[in-house]
Design a protein around this ligand. Structure first.
Ligand SMILES: Cc1cc2nc3c(=O)[nH]c(=O)nc-3n(C[C@H](O)[C@H](O)[C@H](O)COP(=O)(O)OP(=O)(O)OC[C@H]3O[C@@H](n4cnc5c(N)ncnc54)[C@H](O)[C@@H]3O)c2cc1C
Length: 466
């Protein structure tokens, strides 16, 4: 029996291997990952960058002993006829099923000076993709290239860590793929208030050690240049193998490539025209494939994961368009802007449900709207109350309904957290260990902290009651 070989050692590979064991897969499971450490939660790297989390705290739960886990081992070739893969350390692994979970790599813009003649990043230039990338930055100003979600998060994190930070973005609006112009302006104001210097509508024209020259001739001091310029699905392993690859490796609703023995999940896979870029999607696909490979599976149906950019102290959520179809011009658009308080919202509704949108600056509205979107439930009649967070669904005082999902990554409800608290998990770390809440994208950490306080207050009040 040869079993499943997983090429890649990120969150998708980890969740798949754990799922296969949990669902009683009968064969051997081998995970070969190129990084020198077992899978960790890449989505939490922003917290390493801002100094709130040590890189050693990113680890995902240890895989069951039944899984053979190879670290620092790159899969270098696939022989589809003999059904074997070759590894960089010279071994050959046979498979019945090969799963590609090779993730994505940073996109490096073609700016003179960013890379050396041999194609490596020049001194002082960094990407933000691996735990190794997030080692402490040297003193000195940092220039962030790219104003998408990762760029905004990174600039935010750098300021928290006391770095002088400038952000350069070619579009006039930050996060323009996810926000309208109003939302972008609010986020830009947040960053400016935090001390980030914005250069919007500008490109880096050249880098030499210590400085970035912009396309309008401005010179920015740059102890470090941080590339937040997007990612590219890592498909090198199977390019030229005969499998169909567009942006990612093409898979069908069973997450299967054109070869019935090869599947692909996570950031390297392209399903229904979309390449994954979120850990939620990677985990969703890993879970679906574990079920499929153990004979329990329905075809994979993408869920409705929300994006929660990590800007601690300022909440926002982006709701990507749900399902196919034009994203603008159809449906009813509801928007709200409260510039003075740095908050705004825009929802596109279809059939009384949220199709897409974003909520910025109002934690209560972020929570309430995320729930409505994720569950695809009808919006309440009083939309103004919903968007100002005043509809009472969650008043920020720990009064979440028991069935409310707090941690979307791990599907942990308010009730599960309460039960864990009553079983002795009395702080956020203990609740995380007991329920896995906060160990996904980490964006629920503040809610979990609030709940923790609320549970403690409740217990004290009950104890004090005559
Ligand atoms: C800074 C940052 C913040 C993020 N924040 C969020 C967030 O808040 N929410 C969210 O949902 N998502 C977030 N993401 C995205 C999320 O981390 C990814 O979507 C997720 O990691 C994808 O998981 P994966 O396992 O498919 O790929 P990856 O995490 O990329 O893992 C792939 C692994 O496979 C290895 N590999 C590649 N090729 C080979 C090979 N040939 N052989 C062996 N191993 C190989 C790679 O070295 C890597 O370790 C963030 C990403 C970054 C970088």
């Amino acid at each position: 029996m040869t079993g499943v070989v997983v090429a890649g050692g990120g969150p998708a590979a980890h969740r798949l291997a754990a799922g296969l064991v949990r669902y009683g897969y009968g064969g051997a499971v081998t995970v070969a990952g190129a990084e020198p450490r077992p899978a960790y939660n890449r989505a939490l790297l922003g917290s390493v960058l801002d100094g709130t989390l040590g890189a050693d705290r990113l680890s995902l739960p240890a895989l069951p002993a039944a899984v053979r886990q190879l670290t620092g081992v790159r899969v270098t070739a696939v022989d589809r006829v003999r059904r074997t893969v070759r590894t960089g350390d010279g071994h050959e692994l046979p498979y019945d099923v090969l799963v590609l979970a090779t993730g994505a790599r940073p996109r490096v813009p073609r700016v003179p000076g960013l890379t050396t003649a041999s194609g490596r990043l020049a001194e002082g230039v960094r990407t933000v993709r691996t735990a190794a990338d997030c080692r402490p930055l040297p003193e000195g100003p940092v220039v962030v290239l790219g104003g998408g979600i990762r760029g905004v998060e990174s600039a935010w994190a750098l300021r928290r860590n006391g770095h002088e930070a400038a952000l350069v973005h070619p579009a006039d609006d930050l996060m323009e793929r996810h926000l309208d112009a109003v939302g972008s302006t609010v986020v830009a104001q947040w960053l400016t208030d935090r001390g980030v210097t914005l250069h919007l509508g500008r490109r880096a024209g050249q880098y030499t050690r210590g400085k970035v020259v912009l396309d309008d001739g401005q010179v920015l001091a740059a102890g470090t240049v941080l590339l937040c310029t997007g990612t590219v699905a890592e498909t090198a392993l199977v390019r030229g193998s005969g499998l169909e690859v567009r942006e990612g490796v093409i898979v069908d609703d069973r997450l299967r490539t054109g070869d019935p023995h090869i599947h692909a999940i996570g950031d390297c896979a392209e399903h229904a025209g979309t390449v994954g870029t979120t850990v939620l999607k990677a985990w969703e696909q890993a879970e679906a494939l574990a079920r499929i490979l153990t004979g329990r599976g329905q075809p994979y149906e993408p869920g409705r994961p929300v994006l929660r950019p990590r800007t601690p102290g300022k909440d926002m959520v982006v709701l990507p368009p749900a399902g196919p179809g034009p994203t603008t011009g159809t449906g009813e658009t509801v928007s709200l802007l409260d510039r003075a308080r740095g908050r705004c919202a825009r929802l596109v509704l279809r059939g009384g449900r949220i199709h897409e949108g974003a909520v910025i600056g109002s934690p209560c509205a972020v929570t309430a709207v995320s729930r409505l979107y994720t569950r695809n439930t009808p919006v309440p009649a009083d939309l103004l109350a919903l968007l100002t967070g005043a509809d009472g669904e969650y008043a920020g005082d720990g009064a979440l309904p028991e069935e409310a999902v707090v941690c979307h990554c791990n599907n942990v409800t308010s009730k599960a957290l309460k039960d864990a608290w009553h079983c002795g998990a009395h702080d956020t770390a203990a609740l995380a260990r007991a329920t896995r809440a906060t160990t996904g994208c980490g964006s629920c950490a503040s809610v979990v902290r609030e709940l923790c306080t609320a549970f403690a207050d409740d217990t004290t009040a009950q104890g004090a009651r005559p």
